[in-house]
Design a protein around this ligand. Sequence first.
Ligand SMILES: [Zn+2]
Length: 281
Amino acid sequence: MTQTELQTRIDLAACYRLVDLFGWSDLINTRITARVPGPQNHFLINRFGMLYDEITASSLVKIDVDGNKVGPSDDEVNSGDFAIPSTIHMARPDINCVIHTHTVAGCAVSMQKGGLLPLNQHALQVIGDVAYHDYEGTGRSLEERERFLADFGDKHIMVLRNHGLFIVGRSIAEAFIATYRMERACAVQLAFQQSGAEFNPLSDAVVSAGYAKSRAGAARGHDPNKFDWPALLRKLNPSTQPTRNRQAGRDGKAQRAPLVLRIKHCDSLPWLDTAPVQCNV
Ligand SMILES: [Zn+2]
């Protein structure tokens, strides 16, 4: 196994656990896929039947573009559900991670005729980057996949109407942060709609600027791999949280948490396991 594949496994397993931690999982359903770096068009996906908080780096299954397992394995894979992620991965080489969710907020907004509404800052951060596609069933026919891709264009958040969300990123971290922002926007919209309160309108200029900024990728203006992702990984690993007093330095301030991605020390991390992944590469 190459070091880049190992790193992808670590990040993807962490992503599954974070999605569960934030309450976005749906038992053993839905999936998150990541491209294995390299020219082979290989991808990593969850072993079918595992809950998201059980997933580890070595339990992820490597598959090809058709959902066939690469190498011998007894693991079950839901290759049919890989049809849409595979279509996205192959049509958009810059996309390395696809997150599919059935969250309450995402599904509820997907059922609304108007979709995500430009009601607040959270929505304006993403709204220009949101596409819509009518739910047609399984998404396994070539024709539907072509319509899905056409509707998606070069955006990063797809509302599959009456179904859920597909969110993509150039990296696992980027897809996760985009999912967080979209989830937040959907949840805030629902909370407001349920309150029955009168809406305090935003000016057209603010709304237009929000569309333009998010369409231009402002939401991806900084690399989440730099600050957001390491912070999220600390959240997964209690022993690295700086609030622990035993990590306090002489000045009483918490010391910087250990670099959790230093894979030589990975066997203490909860989203990893020691075998068969070789940690000492
Ligand atoms: Zn689904």
